[in-house]
Structure formats: structure tokens, C-alpha cells
Design a protein around this ligand. Structure first.
Ligand code: KG4
Ligand code: ZN
Length: 335
């Protein structure tokens, strides 16, 4: 069989990324981040689409050159079809479709959340069944991965995503967007048990983060009335306590899922898996419950095209192609 070289495109939110995956191995993975959103405190969809349009050709060009292959060597094109911001998805999917049509290549539609799970298989080979907690700015899911393309969502958030909760806490504290990494940074110097915030109790394996957010908001409003400098004086302890609350909620459900399904290969994925507290909590749970734990390399945790490429590779092996009539979808379940 000829060498399989997949050009992968990711454009679901505010990162334009392109990668070349050869026989399941990453040859290149380039990401253009969009700084334009920082001053607005969140991703502005229209601006994201425009930035994708500016970035996509240079990023793809860089990925092909860096992989040291010729355009003629590409055997298939994989792209993020769902979920995400519709304008952003449209840029990536239109590019992928045009490229595939121009070069007469097979096209592979990839689900972004499935790709976050398969990011674990870029550098490692967790055995199946494998349990993945995917925590990003838009999603929070516990996924039972029975095979590369056979996954089941065991639980998910019914409102805010974990990353969104981190970002909203940061915003309340006057920190710039995206605030998750800053909350993490300050939390490392603070006392996680200094302040107590209420945790929502969801049934089964689902999550809800809107209650924690409100609890922190009311707490800050109350304290600031007594002392306008409360946040400045207590920043590290507020961050540590908020982070502790969010992580406790995530870990409680992950442990429950692992026990319920008797799984001892457990990983975290998505942007929030960069969080130092969550990484430590996973490691500690691993030691306590005898799990083998997995965290992808940082560049494969946040949005990237390499994870789209690895998913595309497994779809290629199964002959799961799509035709040019495919459209992106903002929200979509896995097939
Ligand atoms: O997976 P990702 O790059 O994009 C989405 O698909 O959403 O995740 C981005 C999210 C943001 O909410 C960001 O604040 C959060 O991940 N994040 C963190 C950390 N690094 C990124 N949250 C907490 N601690 C971190 N160290
Ligand atoms: Zn993502």
C-alpha cells in the first residue's frame, strides 16, 4: 500500500491549524492563534472567521513545507466538520473541500470532540477500553473509548464547560481572556481550602458549572462591599479555591465513571488538561486507584490539527470518506 499522508485542517474556534500525518505519525503541526479576541474578553465569531481566512493558506503551506513532502504526496484531506463556530468551521471546510476537489483526493469529515480523545494516540497507545475526560473551553465530557472510532459519551456538562468556568472566574477577578491559565498560575501560590464554594450535584455522570460560577460571583460581590480591595488582597487564594472546586467536581465524576465501567486506563484531554491542579489530581487518583494515566503533549491538548489528522487516519483505514456535499455543523452528535 502507498504511504498515507493526510493533510488535516482544524478551524472550529479561534485557532487555525494544519498538520501532515504520515501513517499515523505527525510530520508537522502548525497553529496560528488569534490575538484579536483578547481585548474583547472572549472569541468574537465574525473576527474569528476573518482571521481564519487570512491564516489558512499560510498555515497549510507551512505544514506541507515543514513535513518535507510535496503537495502531490498528499493522499487525503481531513477537516473539522463539527462542532464549533459555524463561520470558523466554514472556512476550514471550504478550504478542505476545494483542496480535495482540485487534487482529486478523498475527503474525511472529523468530529472535533472525537479528535480530542484520539489526541492520546498520537504519541501513546492506551489499550481499549479507555476512559477520557475531555475538558475544553466549549466542552466537558467523559468518554468511554471502546475502539478508535467507537466511543460513547458517559456524561457531559448541561451548561458551562469547565474551561468556560475557569475563564468566567478569571473575568470576575479582572484577569484578561482567556483567564484559565492565569487562574492556574495564581492558584499555585494560594490555599485551595481558604474559601468554600458550592458544588452542583448532578445525577449520574453529568456536570453543571453554572452554580459554582454564581456562588463565586455572589461571594465576590459580598466581600467587595466590605473591602473594595478584597480581590487584590486574596487573589491567589480565590484562584486556588475556585480551581480546587472545579477540579473536585471533575475528578469525582471521573472516578465514578472508572469504577462503574471497571476501567483502569484513564486520560484527560482538551485545553483544561494543561491545568497543573488537574494533572496532579489525575496522577494522585492513578496512584490511589491503580490507574494508568495519560495526558497528551501540551500542543495536542489545546486545539490542533494533529488530532484531526490522527482521527482522519483511522477513518481513512476504515474507508470512512465523505463527499463534497458535506456541510459543517455547529452542534453535532457523533455518528
Ligand atoms: O481545547 P481548547 O484549546 O479550546 C476549545 O476547544 O475550547 O481549550 C481552551 C480552554 C480555555 O477555556 C482556557 O482557559 C482553558 O482551556 N485552559 C486552562 C488552562 N489552559 C487552558 N484552564 C485552566 N488551566 C489551564 N492551565
Ligand atoms: Zn477543542
Amino acid at each position: 500500500m502507498n504511504t498515507i499522508n493526510i493533510l488535516a485542517i482544524e478551524s472550529s474556534c479561534d485557532e487555525t491549524s494544519a498538520a501532515i500525518i504520515q501513517q499515523g505519525k505527525v510530520l508537522s503541526n502548525h497553529i496560528a492563534t488569534q490575538k484579536v479576541h483578547e481585548r474583547y474578553g472572549g472569541v468574537v465569531p465574525e473576527m474569528a472567521s476573518r482571521a481564519h481566512m487570512q491564516n489558512i493558506i499560510p498555515v497549510v503551506d507551512l505544514a506541507i513545507k515543514d513535513a518535507n513532502i510535496a503537495v502531490e504526496d498528499i493522499t487525503a484531506v481531513a477537516f473539522t466538520q463539527a462542532p464549533g463556530l459555524i463561520g470558523s468551521l466554514l472556512v476550514g471546510s471550504c478550504f478542505a473541500k476545494s483542496f480535495a476537489q482540485a487534487r482529486n483526493l478523498p475527503l474525511i469529515a472529523v468530529h472535533h470532540m472525537q479528535a480530542h480523545v484520539l489526541a492520546h494516540f498520537i504519541d501513546a497507545q492506551p489499550p481499549f477500553p479507555f476512559l477520557c475526560l475531555t475538558v475544553s473551553g466549549g466542552h466537558t465530557q467523559i468518554v468511554l473509548c471502546k475502539d478508535y472510532l467507537d466511543m460513547e459519551i458517559l456524561g457531559e456538562t448541561i451548561d458551562d464547560a469547565a474551561g468556560e468556568a475557569f475563564d468566567k472566574v478569571a473575568k470576575m477577578l479582572g484577569l484578561p481572556y482567556p483567564g484559565g491559565p492565569l487562574v492556574d498560575k495564581y492558584a499555585q501560590q494560594g490555599d485551595p481550602l481558604k474559601f468554600k464554594f458550592s458544588m452542583s450535584e448532578m445525577k449520574e455522570l453529568d456536570f453543571s458549572f453554572s452554580g459554582v460560577k454564581t456562588s463565586i460571583l455572589y461571594f465576590l460581590q459580598r466581600e467587595k462591599k466590605n473591602d473594595p480591595d478584597f480581590v487584590e488582597k486574596n487573589l491567589v487564594d480565590i484562584c486556588a479555591s475556585a480551581q480546587y472546586t472545579i477540579i473536585s467536581m471533575l475528578m469525582a465524576k471521573l472516578k465514578k465513571a472508572a469504577k462503574l465501567h471497571s476501567i483502569n486506563h484513564v486520560g484527560i484531554a482538551g485545553g483544561v488538561s494543561a491545568n497543573s491542579g488537574l494533572r496532579t489530581a489525575l496522577k494522585e487518583a492513578g496512584e490511589k486507584y491503580g490507574w494508568t494515566t495519560y495526558i497528551p503533549k501540551f500542543e495536542y491538548c489545546t486545539d490542533n490539527a494533529a488530532m484531526i489528522g490522527i482521527t482522519g487516519y483511522h477513518k481513512y483505514l476504515k474507508g470512512q470518506f465523505t463527499d463534497l456535499s458535506v456541510s459543517p455543523t455547529a452542534r453535532a452528535k457523533w455518528d
